[in-house]
Write a protein that binds this ligand. Structure first.
Ligand SMILES: Nc1ncnc2c1ncn2[C@@H]1O[C@H](COP(=O)(O)OP(=O)(O)O)[C@@H](O)[C@H]1O
Ligand SMILES: [Mg+2]
Length: 563
């Protein structure tokens, strides 16, 4: 997509609406019913001034009391119907909107769950969060207060104009004379509004991203005493957002004022021209009163319409972002008919002429060759940034290679299903991510299917059992977000136990570079011996003791810096 997204001044993008169709498909029944209620409530509204006209011209002026009673009853009846139809209509679309929103949120989240690590690598987290929350919310207005009721307003405006022309073409002309200039100025303001709303949505995403990053990096910010600078930077984004919001509000109030002014001017014109007509006997008194009613009713939906239009514009701006995410195709492809990996898998890894770059023209791995025999343990060393972690990530298909071959048991990695591959080749990365939940939840990653016996065995093997015994509630101890309260070594043990639980054939271990005390060192070395037992392993090793444990050491060269 190459279109300049932020500042397109087009008022309404019908393409956006076409994309909404499939979302509303499950809710077509209530939406259709709501649509059907529009002409009914419009008719009930349009008829009311006619009843007033009848009461004045035939009841009051001709002194017929029974007509007055009929008119009164009729007016009341019409009002009741109007309210009834309108509230049903409102309920139906709001309920449909809420369901569409729920479906959309779920769809967005499951779509996001399947995107590739490469995508998450280049997309700021906060931006994703605002796509998944505030943008979806704003977008749902299209269904909630938007599309269908805008149709209702348009219908009411058209019906009102038609009735006025039927009653008196000349007075209708006088009443409507202000509409064309109003229309032109309104559409100009709408374009400004659209620009303001796009900007607001972008700024909100930026603010969320900035906030999320600041919270995640609070330690660093405080260590380097960057509080003032960060606050200043936030202030900047905040200010920009406020300015954009003010621009929106400004244009919005100009819009309202214009519509109201035109409404009042129309009323004055009706009084003058209509009054003249009554004096000259070309118009009845009832007709003039009916026109005053119609003019008031005409400008109310016009004003509503502009308010709804603003909501819709903010919603379309959000919807562009939402669909941008939904149309993101960057995921790791699964084979259509995957080859099963048998438990008897040998765990033979062969890498041939492997070539990989995160960004075109900046290769990280070039013509790499490596065979790791079944049960063999490789210690991987090399300068920082030479691609050790990258190689491990390629072996679990977090990214797909550009050229060459990577085989497990003689077959390309892409022949296996992703789930199975990552179960057989298990990656333990440097950073240990812990979720909010108990220690046991964190070992199982919330998968209740996993055998508790095996869990105990894995914990014994890595030495996590001793840690669990020390915790107040054992395996049921609640771990905070980020696993606060656990030491570095303890968190490593959790990661080892997780990996061991599924009995992988190949273990990929990215040893953390952090300096550790001798006690933790011996703890981790013990865990490691249990972990590597009977497995093919590639270990990015930073510690001497780890290197003593492997069968062969492979040194990687620094990838030449790109010019
Ligand atoms: N997600 C990424 N996107 C772009 N470049 C990356 C990414 N991850 C790592 N790199 C780059 O790839 C090179 C190898 O990184 P890495 O595999 O982490 O090295 P090592 O683990 O050997 O220190 C580095 O130059 C690094 O900047
Ligand atoms: Mg690394």
């Amino acid at each position: 997509m190459s279109r300049p997204k932020e500042l397109r001044g087009k008022a309404f993008d019908w393409n956006e609406f076409r994309r909404l169709g499939p979302l509303a498909r499950g809710q077509w029944r209530p939406l259709l019913l709501a649509l059907f209620l529009i002409p009914l409530s419009t008719l009930a509204q349009i008829a009311q001034p006619l009843v007033v006209k009848m009461a004045i011209d035939q009841g009051i002026i001709e002194r017929q009391e029974d007509v007055l009673l009929q008119a009164g009853l009729l007016f009341f009846g019409l009002l009741v119907f109007e309210i009834l139809f309108r509230s049903c209509h409102l309920y139906l679309i709001q309920a449909a909107g809420a369901r569409i929103l729920r479906d959309l949120r779920s769809r967005m989240f499951s779509h996001t769950l399947r995107l590739s690590p490469g995508f998450f690598g280049r997309t700021p987290r906060g931006r994703l969060v605002s796509r998944l929350t505030s943008d979806v919310e704003a977008m749902s207005e299209i269904f909630g207060s938007g599309l269908v009721s805008i149709l209702g307003d348009l219908f009411l405006i058209a019906a009102t104009i038609l009735t006025m022309i039927t009653l008196s073409p000349s007075l209708a002309g006088i009443t409507l004379i202000l509409l064309p200039p109003l229309g032109i100025s309104v559409s100009w303001i709408r374009i400004r509004l659209q620009i303001a709303f796009r900007k607001i949505r972008t700024l909100i995403a930026r603010k969320t991203a900035f906030t999320a990053e600041a919270i995640a990096g609070m330690d660093i910010i405080q260590t380097y005493a960057q509080e003032t600078r960060m606050a200043g930077e936030f202030e900047e984004v905040n200010q920009e957002e406020r300015d954009a919001e003010l621009a929106g509000v400004r244009h919005d109030s100009i819009l309202s004022a214009l519509v109201e002014l035109s409404g009042s001017l129309s009323l004055a014109l009706i009084l003058w021209w209509g009054g003249l007509g009554v004096i000259q006997d070309t118009l009845t008194f009832g007709t003039v009163v009916a026109f005053i009613e119609y003019a008031t009713r005409l400008y109310t939906p016009l004003k509503d319409l502009s308010a709804k239009y603003s909501i819709m514009q903010s919603a379309t701006a959000a919807s562009e972002k939402v669909f941008g995410l939904l149309e993101e195709k960057d995921r790791i492809e699964e084979p259509s008919s995957p080859t099963p990996i048998y438990p008897t898998s040998k765990g033979l890894v062969e890498i041939r002429d492997l070539h990989f770059a995160y960004r075109p023209g900046e290769p990280v791995l070039r013509d790499m060759n490596l065979t790791v025999n079944s049960g063999e343990r490789i210690g991987l060393i090399g300068p920082t940034g030479c691609g050790k972690s990258t190689l491990l990530r390629l072996l679990v298909r977090f990214h797909d290679i550009d050229r060459g071959q990577v085989h497990l048991d003689g077959l390309d990695l892409r022949d296996y299903s992703l789930g199975e591959l990552r179960k057989r080749i298990r990656l333990v990365s440097q950073e240990v991510v812990l979720f909010r939940g108990t220690l046991e939840d964190n070992i199982r990653i919330f998968d209740s299917q996993k055998d508790p016996e095996r869990l105990r065995w894995a914990a014994e093997t890595t030495g996590l059992q001793a840690v669990a015994d020390r915790l107040p509630d054992g395996y049921q101890t609640q771990l905070g977000e980020g696993g606060s309260g656990l030491s570095f070594g303890e968190r490593q043990l959790i990661a080892f136990t997780r990996a061991l639980l599924d009995d992988p054939k190949v273990l990929l271990l990215d040893e953390a570079t952090s300096a550790i005390d001798p006690r933790t060192e011996s703890l981790l070395q013990q865990a490691l011996s249990g972990l590597l037992e009977g497995r093919t392993a590639i270990v990015v090793a930073h510690r001497k003791a780890t290197l003593n444990r492997v069968d062969r050491i492979v040194r990687m060269e620094a990838s030449s810096p790109s010019s």
